[in-house]
Design a protein. Sequence first.
Length: 498
Amino acid sequence: MIFDLKAGFTFSNDLSKIKKELESFISNFKKKIITKDKTVKIQNIKIEKNNLFFSILSDGIFRPHNALLQMKNEISKEFGKSHHLGVREIKIQGYNISFDLEKKPLKDIKIPFAEVKFKEKTATLILKSIDEEFLQHNYIDRMINRVNEKVENQYYEGKTEFWKPIWESGEKKPVWNKDPTEEMTKLGWLQQGPTKGKWFYRSQAAAIMKTMEKIAIDEVLKPLGFEEIIESHIVPFDIWLKTGHLEGMPGEIYYVAEPATRDTQKWEHFVDLTKITKEIQIDELKKNLSTPTAGICYAQCPLIYWSFKGKTISEESLPVLIYDKTAISSRYESGGRHGIERVDEFHRIEPVYIGTREQLLKLRDKMLERYKIVFSKIFDLEWRMAWVTPWYMQQAGKIADESNQDTGTIDFEAYMPYRGDRKKSEWLEFQNLSILGDKYIKAFNIKAQKSTLWSGCSGIGLERWTTAFLSQKGLDPEKWPEGFKKYLHALPKGIDFL
């Protein structure tokens, strides 16, 4: 990397009287910096009235902006007491940073705070209008990383995600070939919600969904020792910054705006308008809303990891096996919605596990066996499993590494007869199981007494389970597998509407 910083200091008084002392200080400062990095050069020094101008060059590990901030602090100490002279302002006249890329960019890239230029495999950031606060926040290295990341992502755009089959149940004869959402809607078991991508589940559909929940807990989680916790539906932004959700899928999050005040006088005009017009005056409403600092649950695991932030877990408590089933997940699906299997609001159980590598690999095997009992013996489904690209790699536009399957995600997919031929149609991903290594362990500084920790999760979507089952087994309880009928042999009568 080559760094070229042109900067200056504006002082509180004229520098002419201390010019020699200042030059001596800079000479000594140069010698000190060279001991840290021999490539650092401070040159083109000019003193004009109460301004000191110079450039700092480097192609080593020590960043010129760090040298600049260090110089400011030392000048203030050196001349503050003796001459009552201090730096009022840092002025950045220009900052260019050039660095090599692994691959040649396929197209131009834009990032905040800088113009980006390319020449073959060399990128140059031209920073403009930056100040001291900008330099202190260490944005520079993140900007360099972001350019590298964007160039790398260009080579994955349009590529098929990694998918490798690892097990399949074999073909099963479905009892029908209809879309269960459409048929349940016709029967009045379902009703589309008052807003996009939400559903109202009447007693029959609710009974099936609650049965899915009971089976998941009784057949998978309890036998393996998972314990239930309860968490909030609201997730602050700082948690999503650590997990990567906010930078990975900001366009899918439902944001939460709190009232700016409860003062009835501040709300009076809005209430008056509402009562008189019988309409919601959005512009008036916005005046009393705070800027969002949180969102509705996207997945339960971020808050679970937050609950362990900075904690040390005893060896006796490993592996930690917990799950939440209370927080409802919301994801803005836009035009991708379909039925109850692809919605904006859905109900899921989120098991999270924290332990050593060996513990989690053994747990994965046990969970796979429990899921097989449910999907093959209780549901009698036609389904398969495959290694896939995990979500946290999808959001970065990357493909999973087939060579490392200690960490990664296994998807469970069910054949959907109403979609057509099993070999040509899209199967439904209705379950997954992930081991994430130390990704979130490091993000939240979670430790054990002695062991090195990993973590993972296995979101159980009740709508997905319901759709997979009903797509193959239909809506008539008489035709359901005996294993499932042990949990639900008949449906509630429901309500007849005239």
